[in-house]
Design a protein around this ligand. Structure first.
Ligand code: NAD
Length: 372
């Protein structure tokens, strides 16, 4: 089998395989082609890939010769990938129904790893988790860097400094890592999530859980959040408003797959925040959790910095690519046999759950509903 790695678009610094992953794959007899300079922004020069056993190629050679093509973001549409190829990445198909139609028409077999079921068996290939972990960590460091005050409490001869108050909205993978990081820096942390199931984890990390009664039942949504009733949203807003007014830093991570991110911080809540306060909005890519969020930009609203941070993993390209590559290797193991040849088991829930198009058709249940 031949695997090809494409260079990412200019707004991306990560790469889907680092040389260390190439060594593992070539040991199994898999040939690896790397587009020239694909790893440069993740500090992996072509020379390192060559030393790992890969061949440096052009994008055109890769799409012709590779059986499996890897890229994190969607490849440039000018690159006409021939049919019968397998494309693996993190393509957010729920937000891109047009691309899904095009993949089916082009006869591509596309796996999007962000669609993998969030089960225990899928954990080792769960790209959302490996990257969200980085986002949560980096969100806190970014906030600490922008915040004009200390994070920890200090009692010094020059006076006493109160600890920063951090509010984290959404306690998924990113939110939990943000709690741990903010606590390590000495902040006092409060957390809100519509899923009451996360309360214990939040408390075990040393944060306080903000309670709002009456959330919609999300037990059948695979662990994801579901949309809430208007009555609940109103109560939630009132309760969050109280915490926001006291917070120095708010980290927002609330996302609902396939939908626009919910607005959790309304304008009047921002009006009550102290000047110099910081909002880091990890949900910026799907619209953001404030009305003013712009992805990849910092908007100053009445002295409050609102940072649109939709792709924080790209600010840590080495480790982000390392763990992403490990996820890919584990997924490749699922779809190949011991000899390193393709072996797609369509009865496997992970294969079914991540495959978007195959044999000229849209095969993923959620996407079929989306496109109709
Ligand atoms: P996510 O990025 O989809 O969302 C972030 C968090 O925001 C979630 O906790 C969500 O409940 C919360 N949220 C959504 N709307 C909100 C609102 N209006 N107000 C406040 N919070 C809101 O989450 P994720 O990190 O991708 O995790 C999604 C689920 O998958 C979680 O249940 C997580 O525990 C689970 N998970 C399971 C595995 C596994 O077992 N393999 C691995 C990772 C994650």
């Amino acid at each position: 089998m031949i695997i090809g790695v494409l260079k990412e678009p200019s707004n991306e610094t990560r790469v889907s395989l680092l040389p260390e992953a190439v060594i593992q794959l070539t040991k199994k007899g898999i040939r690896v082609l790397i587009e020239n300079n694909a790893g440069a922004r993740a500090f992996a020069p072509d020379e390192d890939y060559q030393n790992a056993g890969a061949l440096i190629s052009s994008a055109r050679e890769i799409i012709q010769e590779a059986d499996v093509i890897l890229s994190i973001q969607q490849p440039n549409s000018d690159l006409l990938i021939p049919n019968n190829k397998i494309l693996i990445g993190t393509f957010q198909p729920l937000y891109h129904p047009q691309s899904v139609q095009e993949w089916a028409q082009a006869g591509l077999t596309v796996f999007s790893l962000d669609m993998l079921p969030r089960t225990t068996r899928a954990q080792s290939m769960d790209v959302l988790s490996s990257q969200a972990n980085i986002a949560g960590y980096k969100a806190v460091l970014l906030a600490a860097n922008l915040y004009p005050r200390y994070f920890p409490m200090f009692m010094t001869a020059a006076g006493t400094i109160a600890p920063a108050k951090v509010l984290i909205l959404g306690a998924g993978v990113a939110g939990l890592q943000a709690i741990a990081t903010a606590r390590r820096l000495g902040a006092v942390v409060e957390v809100f999530d519509t899923r009451p199931a996360v309360k214990e984890e939040v408390i075990s990390l040393g944060a306080k859980f903000v309670e709002v009664d009456g959330a919609a039942d999300a037990s059948k949504a695979g662990g994801y959040a579901v949309e809430q009733t208007e009555e609940y949203k109103l109560r939630q807003q009132q309760r969050i408003a109280e915490s926001i007014a006291k917070a120095d830093i708010v980290i927002t991570t609330a996302q609902i797959p396939g939908k626009k991110a919910p607005i959790l911080i309304e304008e009047e809540m921002l009006n009550k925040m102290r000047k110099g306060s910081i909002v880091i909005d990890i949900a910026a890519k799907t619209g953001g959790n404030t009305p003013f969020t712009i992805d990849n930009e910092t908007v100053i609203y009445k002295g409050v910095s609102i940072v649109g941070a939709g792709n924080l993993p790209a600010t840590m390209p080495s480790d982000a690519s390392k763990v992403y590559g490990k996820n890919i290797q584990n997924f490749l193991q699922l779809i190949t046999n011991k000899e390193g040849n393709l072996n797609l088991n369509w009865d496997d829930d992970l294969v079914q759950g991540s495959c978007i198009t195959h044999n000229g058709e849209i095969v993923h249940e959620r996407l079929k509903m989306n496109v109709q």
